[in-house]
Design a protein around this ligand. Structure first.
Ligand code: DQA
Length: 142
């Protein structure tokens, strides 16, 4: 069975109420239940932390346990070399996901320290970006 971890970073626990004009009205828990139902043959695990070091620990814990990681590092995307190093270190393919189109927003969101360590990035397709990343991993192992 394919094991995939979804790791969400800071402020993504507030999806559904946080700036809904940018991030929509759905909580991640709601989206995640529907996502699991869409991919019954895949073991999807979801983690969220607002703390940079905890996100790094979560990436480390994935070693030997999952074949793919979907990472929305939130604002740490634009600041964290430590998170980028962790992505590079673990030897598991990581897909970077952003709900909003980070390239159409403020200048500081145009830099991603993690992008070059990831297999690819999905940005601006809303929550559906997570499903597309799952499909990518499913297609790779099919
Ligand atoms: C985000 C984009 C980031 O710039 C922002 O800091 C977030 C969410 C997104 O999913 O669109 O927290 O990663």
């Amino acid at each position: 069975m394919l094991h995939i971890a979804i790791i969400n970073g800071p402020n993504l626990n507030l999806l559904g109420t946080r700036e809904p004009h940018i991030y929509g009205n759905q909580s991640f828990e709601q989206y995640f239940s529907a996502l699991k139902a869409r991919f019954p043959g895949i073991d999807l695990q979801y983690y969220q932390s607002n703390i940079e070091g905890e996100l790094i620990n979560l990436l480390h814990v994935c070693m030997g346990k999952v074949q793919g990681i979907i990472l929305n590092a939130g604002a740490y995307t634009h600041t964290s070399i430590a998170l980028a190093d962790a992505v590079a270190a673990i030897g598991i393919p990581v897909v970077e996901v952003h709900i909003s189109n980070v390239l159409s927003r403020e200048e500081f969101r145009k830099t991603s320290f993690i992008a070059s360590k990831c297999v690819g990035s999905i940005s601006g397709l809303g929550m559906e970006g997570y499903a597309l990343a799952v499909q990518y991993f499913a297609g790779k192992t099919a």
